[in-house]
Design a protein around this ligand. Structure first.
Ligand SMILES: [Zn+2]
Length: 282
């Protein structure tokens, strides 16, 4: 096992470009499970669970709340849960950042918890495919801008009562005056305008510039059937001669196709522990 870790560290050290792909398994290793009706969910979202029958954070994201006051009670609670309840950057994200901060890297993630930004990853190296919990957009998409919602979201999180936020705090679109929503891919309103396109393009440019060079695809907690991150990573690995595909996952979710096996390193284990070990050995 130790040999594998040294191999990973030397691949990261030698890499001209590192693309990090992260999905739900990374959040789980930080103790956040958006699909689970676990004790943490019941403790932090128990009132929503009781009132609407919502059984997980993700169900809440897709739930059709009866009013704006109730909708924002949920989304501001979620924001606060992801970014304030935990207060500090998790050891998982700290270790990951320490491992790659001095390298040429880019992050592709479907996680919505905004933890990459929180850990210090700059916005121009980050493509959050499905948005994140801190950004706001016009619900009807009258214009393309995405706004940081930290102030209004934390204020709403602190001043909710009986599952509602005060109407005076509810954000309004600065252009059309209509309702806003969190920039998350939970419905067809999700904006893929200029801001999203800029990040998408930055990712494409990063991959194109790395062509022919030593590129490392570092995949963290991405499910075996994932099409958004895993499929493109495997494609790049197969056609880039000097590519290395590194994947951390648990049990049956750890999947390396035969065709790229000789360019791949897989670690079956708890991502939190794997990153801790790598950071220690670096
Ligand atoms: Zn608008």
């Amino acid at each position: 096992m130790e040999e594998k870790y040294y191999e990973i560290l030397s691949k990261l050290e030698e890499a001209d470009a590192i693309v990090i792909g992260a999905s739900n398994g990374l959040s789980i290793s930080e103790g956040i499970h958006i699909f689970a009706d676990n004790a943490d969910f019941q403790e932090n979202f128990g009132d929503f669970r009781e009132k609407y029958g919502i059984r997980s954070i993700i169900q809440g994201c897709f739930y059709s709340f009866p009013s704006q006051e109730e909708k924002w009670a949920f989304f501001s609670r979620m924001y606060s849960y992801f970014l304030y309840q935990k207060k500090e950057v998790s050891p998982v994200m700290k270790n990951l950042y320490e491992l790659i901060k001095d390298k040429n890297y880019f992050v592709l993630t479907s996680n919505i918890d905004d933890h990459f930004r929180q850990a210090g990853f700059p916005k121009d190296r980050l493509f959050e495919i499905e948005g994140n919990c801190s950004n706001l957009q016009c619900r009807s998409g009258c214009h393309d801008s995405i706004y940081r919602g930290d102030d209004v979201l934390s204020e709403m999180a602190q001043s909710q009562e009986d599952g509602k936020v005060p109407a005076s705090l509810i954000p309004k679109c600065p252009e059309c005056g209509g309702p806003m929503q969190v920039h998350l891919e939970v419905d067809h309103n999700f904006l893929r305008g200029e801001s999203w396109q800029t990040s998408y393009q930055a990712y494409q440019d990063f991959i194109n510039k790395a062509h022919g060079k030593k590129i490392v695809l570092l995949e963290l907690g991405v499910g075996a059937r994932n099409q958004l991150i895993k499929a493109p990573f495997m494609k790049i690995t197969s056609f880039e001669e000097k590519a290395t595909y590194i994947t951390f996952n648990r049990g049956s979710e750890l999947y390396i196709p035969e065709a790229i096996a000789d360019k791949s390193i897989g670690i079956d284990g708890n991502i939190a522990e794997v990153l801790q070990q790598l950071a220690k050995m670096k």
